[in-house]
Design a protein around this ligand. Structure first.
Ligand SMILES: [Zn+2]
Length: 330
C-alpha cells in the first residue's frame, strides 16, 4: 500500500490544468475512500507553504509538519473536534497532540503560536513522524504520483512545477474547496453538540422530499418493470422506486428524463454510481417514447434533448463519477 512507501518518485507526465482539476476532484470528493482528515490538512499545509519552496520546488518535512500541526491544534485543542478519522480510536496525530497538551499543561485557549518555541518544535517533530507513516504516502498514492515526490530519509517534498503553478493560480478556490470537504468530514465524524450540521443544511436544500409524482407519471405510460434488471414490479409484494439515472449528487435536480423506475435491489446497489454506458441508449429510447406519449403535456420534458443526457453522462465522469455500475442480477 502506498502509505507504507518511504520514497515516492514523481511521475513526470505532462499535466494540463484540466488534468490537475480531474485528479483533485477525485482526491477531494467523498467518493474517494478516506479514513481520516489527514489529506486535507496536508493540502492546507502545502497551500500555506506555496511561497516557501526553494528553486527546485522543494519543501522540507518540517515546514509541512508545522502547518499540519497548526491545523490540528486548532481543531482538536481549541475547538474540541477530536474525531478526525473513521473507525475506533482517535487518529494518531490527535492522540499525540492531546497527550502533549496534557503533559505540558498547555491551556486549551492557547493558539499554537502562543506555545513556546522549544515545545512547538518538539510537537512538530512528533507529528512529522506521524506524517511519515500515514500522510505523505497516502496523498501521493491518491494523486498517482502526479503531484509531488517525497523522500523520508532526506525529509524533502518536491512539488511538480505545473502543480505548484496551478496552486498559485487557484489558491483561494483550492483553500475553499479543501476547507469545505474537510469541514464536511469533520461534521460527519463529530457528534452534536460540538457542531450544528450547517453544511449539510446548505447542501441538501435542493433535494426533493418525494419522487412520487414522477413515479405516477412513469407508471402511467410504461410497464411496471425495473429499468435496469427488467424485474416485474407489478406484483403486489414488489417495491417500486424511482432512481436518478445520472446520480442526484451530481445533477442536483429532479428531471423526469433522468428518472427511471427501479426495483429496490438495483436502486440500493447503484446508489450514486453511473450505470454502464449501454443503459444510456436505453434511457434515450425511453425518453423518445416518453416525448411521444406525453405530447399533450410536454411541460415535463421541456428543453429535453438526447444530447443533454449524453453530455451529462460524460461530464459526470469527468467530475469524478467514474465508478460504473451494473445490476447484480442481470
Ligand atoms: Zn432491478
Amino acid at each position: 500500500m502506498s502509505h507504507k512507501l518511504k520514497v515516492g518518485e514523481l511521475n513526470e507526465e505532462y499535466l494540463t490544468d484540466e488534468d490537475v482539476w480531474r485528479i483533485l476532484t477525485i482526491v477531494l470528493s467523498p467518493k474517494s475512500v478516506k479514513s481520516s482528515t489527514y489529506k486535507y490538512a496536508l493540502i492546507k499545509s502545502i497551500i500555506e507553504n506555496l511561497y516557501q519552496v526553494n528553486d527546485d520546488f522543494e519543501l522540507t518535512y518540517d515546514q509541512l509538519a508545522y502547518g499540519f500541526t497548526k491545523v490540528y491544534w486548532n481543531l482538536v485543542v481549541h475547538h474540541d473536534l477530536v474525531k478526525q478519522n473513521r473507525g475506533n480510536g482517535n487518529a494518531k496525530a490527535v492522540t499525540d497532540i492531546l497527550e502533549f497538551q496534557m503533559k505540558h499543561a498547555i491551556p486549551s485557549e492557547f493558539s499554537f503560536d502562543k506555545i513556546n518555541d522549544r515545545l512547538q518544535l518538539k510537537l512538530v517533530s512528533k507529528i512529522k513522524s506521524v506524517m511519515k507513516t500515514n500522510v505523505f504516502g497516502a496523498l501521493y498514492g491518491d494523486t498517482k504520483g502526479q503531484f509531488y515526490a517525497f523522500d523520508h530519509k532526506r525529509e524533502y517534498f518536491r512539488l511538480k512545477p505545473a502543480v505548484h503553478q496551478f496552486m498559485l493560480r487557484y489558491q483561494l478556490l483550492l483553500t475553499n474547496l479543501t476547507n469545505y470537504h474537510m469541514a464536511r468530514m469533520i461534521e460527519e465524524l463529530n457528534e452534536v453538540p460540538n457542531i450544528n450540521y450547517l453544511l449539510e443544511k446548505v447542501e441538501t436544500i435542493a433535494k426533493r422530499s418525494s419522487l412520487k409524482p414522477f413515479e405516477e407519471i412513469l407508471l402511467h405510460y410504461f410497464e411496471a418493470s425495473c429499468f435496469y434488471c427488467g424485474k416485474d414490479l407489478s406484483k403486489s409484494n414488489s417495491q417500486t422506486e424511482v432512481d436518478h439515472f445520472i446520480p442526484w449528487s451530481f445533477v442536483q435536480s429532479d428531471q423526469i428524463w433522468n428518472l427511471v423506475l427501479s426495483c429496490r435491489n438495483c436502486n440500493n446497489s447503484k446508489r450514486d454510481k453511473l450505470p454502464e454506458r449501454s443503459y444510456l441508449n436505453s434511457i434515450i429510447d425511453r425518453n423518445e417514447e416518453l416525448v411521444e406519449k406525453v405530447n399533450e403535456s410536454k411541460k415535463v420534458l421541456n428543453n429535453y434533448k438526447d444530447k443533454k443526457i449524453i453530455m451529462l453522462y460524460d461530464y459526470s465522469i469527468r467530475n469524478g463519477f467514474d465508478e460504473i455500475w451494473v445490476p447484480n442480477n442481470r
